[in-house]
Design a protein around this ligand. Sequence first.
Ligand code: EPU
Length: 426
Amino acid sequence: MDKYVIKGGIPLHGEIVVSGAKNAAVALVAATILCDEPCILENVPEISDISICIKILKEMGADVKILGKNTVEFDTTHMTSPVVPYELARSMRASSYFLGTLLGRFHEAYVPLPGGCDLGDRPIDQHLKAFACLGADYAIESGTVHLKTDALIGNQIYFDFITVGATINAIFAAVKTKGLTIIENAAKEPHIVDLANFLNSMGADIRGAGTDVIKIRGIEYLKGITYAIIPDQIEAGTYMVAAAATKGNVLIKNVIPKHLESITAKLRKVGVTVEEFDESIRVSVDGPIMKTSLKTMPHPGFPTDMQPQFSTLLTLAYGTSIVTDDIFDNRFRYVAELRRMGADISVDGTVAVIQGVGKLTGAPVKATDLRAGAALVIAGLAAEGITEIDDIYHIERGYETIDEKLRALGADIKRVYYPESIAMTS
Ligand code: EPU
């Protein structure tokens, strides 16, 4: 039971380096199952979601070697089992990526259903539809998805709505499938482009990633390569908002400014100064934060994964902001925690009305999911007094050494071990 204890009210100053993108890394690590030779990934973030992916690969017979900080070699060539263990799969939504990679490699997969999560119900009907289009049969047996086929054949896949996970799984299943697969209404997130670049560097033929039509001509063999994962757009955005919320001045390095455009535009709209350089971005504030309205959208719109953090900034703004986030059913669970810190937010379904209160005050709070936890860190950094954040394992699923990185910017944040008995009474 570790907590972050933050003494707030200190403007962040200095430089911070962004890690490799979680949502690209979980896809690329799963993709190594399709590679016919050992391959090396660089810029792999040290986060718990990646540790779980690596454990899953090892359980299935892969050799995984840590070659250095953030550099990992994957040799999946001796893998024989297409079965993902339940205990590992259930703790991570991205375990569904093993459906596409195992199907592509073994023509069979057993992957426990990820189940509901902290963001609400997360069905996989579009993933299954894609596999069926390519010729796989599926059944759900005792909570596990079983996919099987004698042969996959290229086909057209039309998604009913934009889904990142199903787009990635369709790419996995199609990359070594005979013939042409066309994915229509594909998601366009930066990590989809990164995945296509990774697979293409190995010899795949994927065109159109980053647009809503992706064409894949199946190939037989993928060669081993060394590849660096893109920087994390959401981690960068989180530090941009943290700099703004504390009225600091921070240079955020190892970013792709193009991936941050929607976040940059909203920060500028509320009065924050954002300067873009080739691979870094500076965020500073010298006036008040103003209200805005915000609606999350698939890329290149404003990402749902930045909504809790940005909403936290808006609690400090002048005026009333309206935030709409309907990508998942339940992305406002953090609001109850922010209210404990003095925020004035009312939520009706997928719309939040945020009345700016100018300042927050420290309180004991609980991270309810990854980005909600990041929002509470920002709130704690900006608040007057002490904030204790519980359930930080959610945050550490996706942010590499967030406490160390923030301390380097002058924040007073400690990761403290609380024995269960104290935690129960505190
Ligand atoms: N959906 C379905 N059926 C499907 C697939 C999706 O109904 O078969 C619904 C989802 O329930 C959701 C919407 O479609 O309401 C969009 O889901 P999507 O498939 O795009 O999301 P995902 O692949 O499950 C990824 C990220 C999330 C991020 C979303 C949206 C990874 C590992 N996860 O999830 O990241 O919020 O895309 O951009 O890439 C996070 O990093 O904190 C996080 C939750």
